[in-house]
Design a protein around this ligand. Structure first.
Ligand SMILES: [Zn+2]
Length: 388
């Protein structure tokens, strides 16, 4: 039996906000941390070298996409995801469930798992809690996510309760399979990373009682750490904050907490204030490609005609390559001309804004001034001009 190197140390706290250090098989991550999303094993528009220079310490990659293409068997034969994509730092993989629920065609769900057809070629597949663990073992990510049921919003209490109960049954099966893989009891599955850790996921929609029950029972199963899923799916921000507030007290203080798929820079600050340590979101990268830039003064849409002859950088206080070398006028021209550099330069800036925000959050917690940072952050983002 191999011992996972996964560990977490809280180094500073202020209120419910925590600064800490997460240790994985491929190195350490300072928390609170933001994980750029590398769906196909690459963050769209930028290279791994760019990500390293921006200070990214961990990437998220998508199991559903890599399973369908090029396939987890092929990646295992290449020595696992780290070697295949040439990224030596930590990687978290999702379970694939979210994409099956949102992308796959002709999807049906039963107690066994999700059955669907590939959005690429129509081929038939099943994703079960066991299969999700197997695929991620072959990919060899540092953190694997358990398969959960992704419930559409809004859902009534009864439907949310049934879905939460199924997620708990799937969590038990996913954990058992993960432990069997770790103990070498699953022949036929290549273990690309013997130090892989597995996170459980709290569900329960927008119902505080379900969230608390889900947290309690998921912790009972016993994972390396815990995530909060099923939020940022269309509910108001205040409801999301309330669900986070009601969930984090039920999660172990000595384990990192990961809020999945969230959110705006303001959401990150508010969730840190409620005890969250890890984030991922496609907003900075996807919005960059659409011409929307996150700045210290709010969001700007570089397509806007008002920037056609604006010689200022996107964000006057940003230290990124894009802000050091490009005017809003130039970035607008590149975007309007569909120039590929537009995506790259905008993505560099947006990721820098997110990663720098987390860096400032960590510093603020360490110096006991997170509350004043939080206030100043919201005041700054409320200033004009922004035009999203
Ligand atoms: Zn910048």
């Amino acid at each position: 039996m191999s011992l996972t190197p996964f560990d977490f140390t809280v180094t500073h706290t202020e209120g419910r906000a925590r600064r800490g250090r997460m240790r994985t098989a491929h190195g350490e991550v300072e928390t609170p941390a933001f994980m750029p999303v590398g769906t196909q094993g690459a963050v769209k528009g930028v290279t791994h070298r760019d990500l390293e220079s921006l200070g990214a310490e961990i990437l998220l990659s998508n199991t559903y996409h890599l399973y369908l293409r090029p396939g987890d068997d092929l990646i295992a034969r290449r020595g696992g995801l780290h070697r295949f994509i040439g990224w030596a730092k930590p990687i978290l993989t999702d379970s694939g469930g979210y994409q099956v629920f949102s992308l796959a065609a002709r999807r049906t769900i039963d107690e066994q798992g999700a059955h669907f057809r590939s959005h690429l070629d129509g081929s038939a597949h099943s994703l079960t809690p066991e299969k999700a663990a197997d695929i991620q073992a072959q990919l060899g990510s540092d953190i694997a996510m358990v398969l959960d049921e992704c419930l559409a919003h809004p859902a009534d209490l009864d439907a949310a309760g049934q879905s939460m109960a199924r997620t708990l049954r799937w969590a038990r099966r996913g954990r058992d399979r993960f432990l069997a893989l770790r103990d070498g009891l699953a022949p036929g599955v290549a273990i690309s990373n013997p130090g892989q850790a597995q996170f459980g996921i709290v569900q329960g929609s927008v119902f505080p009682s379900l969230r608390e029950e889900s947290a309690r029972q998921t912790v009972e199963i016993g994972f390396d750490a815990y995530a909060i899923g099923g939020l940022s799916v269309g509910e108001p921000a205040e409801v999301m904050y309330e669900m986070v507030s009601r969930t984090t007290p039920g999660l172990p203080a000595d384990r990192p907490r990961y809020l999945m798929g969230t959110g705006t820079p303001g959401d990150l600050v508010e969730s840190v204030a409620r005890g969250v340590d890890l984030f991922d979101c496609v907003l900075p990268t996807r919005n960059a490609r659409n011409g929307q830039l996150f700045t210290s003064e709010g969001r700007i849409n570089i397509r806007n005609a008002r920037y056609a002859e604006d010689d200022r950088p996107p964000d006057p206080v940003c230290k990124c390559y894009t802000c050091a070398t490009c005017s809003r006028a130039y970035l607008r021209h590149l975007h309007m001309a569909n120039e590929i550099n537009s995506s790259t330069l905008n993505t560099l800036h947006n990721l820098n804004f997110y990663l720098d925000t987390l860096r400032r959050i960590r510093d603020a917690i360490a110096f006991g001034r997170f509350e004043s940072f939080r206030l100043a952050f919201h005041q700054s983002l409320s200033r004009q001009p922004h035009d999203s």
